[in-house]
Design a protein around this ligand. Structure first.
Ligand code: CTP
Length: 404
């Protein structure tokens, strides 16, 4: 049985650690909790002891525990050390190698991989000091997850929310899978289904918004559902997935690293920054055109605005032509007529390996179902009409076949 040492820092997100403990136990792993002094203000050791069915450790100077088990042993008996929530303060102390409490002492003494799930106020996360500490921790080999973006307990909005417990669990499973070849013995969990372990896949999803002025945008009807489902299905097969998402209000699928963007040019920059990758699946409905955005809000007294149009980069075509082209590039084509013929044209014009074409005049954009045609140079495979989640699962399997 795999063993997790979970270090719980002091932040409002500490309450989510309870759910994480429950999920770790449910997935068949053992978990032992260490709570910092600040963490104890948000979640009690008694709750954690009940959920983990184990003793909870809090104090470095609890001599009885030092007699029972030294902190060195405690830090090494686990297969993985997880810090959740990793507060700005805790990460700063980790980055500087401080050992002034039980949590930081264990983190310094451990010889096991460490995974940190940050949670803090958006300004604290974006602060140069925190970003420097995160970069240092990553350079030291710590896996630091990206925090989620959204409304925060403090009333602000932005990146800094603790990733959902399901996403942290998926990251734990990935970290254990990555380390499985260096751990002694056989991994305890089933590796049979994880066909995409060690593969990095970029997925784009959702619409792009092209600004007209500070309050108006050019948008389209893409909901992002199909792209998010594909990102989740690829992660479920063990891939490291970077999801570059346009403006949508969808939760991040389990185990997926998400980068939010607005415009086509931001999306292209995020895709380029995420390279290299083994595969890219471009599901986003990228706006083909943008306009020169007015610096101030346009007033109607000035009459209908004359918009000055420019062509946006074709992210898919540029990726296919780039020296860092992933081995497999999949494009989407949402069409309102002759989906297959248009899809075949796009396959050749853009230089990708597969086009997933769907007729959006039949299945409205934003709906739950899709009828797709898988177009490759070898031919066309038309799938029955099915839920977007089923399309995602089947496509992920097909991608795994192509990368095998
Ligand atoms: N795409 C892209 N960048 C663009 C436009 C499209 O990466 N600027 C990608 C989409 O993500 C999708 C594929 O190209 O995977 C096809 O998108 P679509 O809008 O259907 O293609 P267009 O080339 O824009 O063709 P159309 O004239 O039909 O709009």
């Amino acid at each position: 049985m795999k063993r997790i040492l979970l270090i719980i820092g002091g932040g409002i997100a500490a309450y989510k650690a309870c759910e994480l403990v429950r999920l770790i136990r449910k997935s068949g792993m053992a978990v032992r909790c260490v709570v910092t002094r600040a963490g104890e203000k948000f979640v009690t050791p008694m709750t954690l002891a009940a959920l983990s069915e184990d003793k909870v450790y809090t104090d470095l100077f609890d001599l009885k525990d030092e007699a029972e088990m030294g902190h060195i042993q405690l830090s090494r008996q686990a297969d993985l050390v997880v810090v959740a929530p990793a507060t700005a303060d805790l990460m700063a102390r980790m980055a500087h190698g401080l050992a002034d409490d039980l949590a930081t002492t264990l983190l310094l003494a451990t010889d096991k991989p460490v995974l940190a799930a940050p949670a803090m106020n958006v300004r604290m996360w974006l602060h140069a000091a925190t970003q420097r500490n995160v970069a240092q921790l990553r350079a030291d080999g710590v896996t630091v997850l990206e925090p989620d973006e959204g409304a925060m307990a403090c009333g602000e909005f932005g990146p800094g929310r603790l990733p959902e417990p399901e996403a942290i669990l998926a990251a734990i499973q990935r970290a254990l899978a990555d380390g499985a070849d260096v751990l002694e013995g056989q991994p305890d969990f089933d590796m049979g289904e994880k066909r995409l372990t060690h593969k990095h896949i970029i997925v784009t999803a959702g619409p792009t918004h092209e600004p007209i002025d500070p309050v108006r945008v050019i948008a389209n009807r893409s909901s992002g559902k199909q792209g998010f489902a594909i990102a989740g299905a690829l992660a479920a097969l063990g891939a490291r997935v970077t999801l570059v998402a346009g403006p949508v209000s969808l939760p991040t699928p389990s185990g997926v690293d998400r980068i939010d963007v607005e415009s086509a040019r931001e999306m292209e920059a995020a895709v380029t920054a995420a390279l290299p990758a083994d595969a890219a699946v471009m599901v986003a409905a990228v706006a083909d055109w943008r306009v020169d955005a007015a610096p101030e809000k346009l007033k109607k007294e000035a009459g209908p605005p004359a918009l000055n149009w420019h062509k946006n980069p074709d992210i898919l075509a540029n990726l296919c032509a780039s020296p860092q082209r992933p081995k497999l590039v999949v494009g989407f084509a949402a069409e309102t007529e002759t989906a297959i013929a248009h899809g075949q044209g796009k396959l050749l014009r853009k230089g990708c390996d597969m086009i997933v074409a769907n007729d959006v005049s039949v299945d409205k954009m934003g709906g739950e179902v899709n009828r797709v045609h898988i177009i490759t140079r070898e031919g066309v495979d038309s799938w029955d009409r099915m839920e977007k989640s089923a399309v995602a699962t089947r496509l992920a399997e097909r991608i795994a076949d192509a990368l095998a």
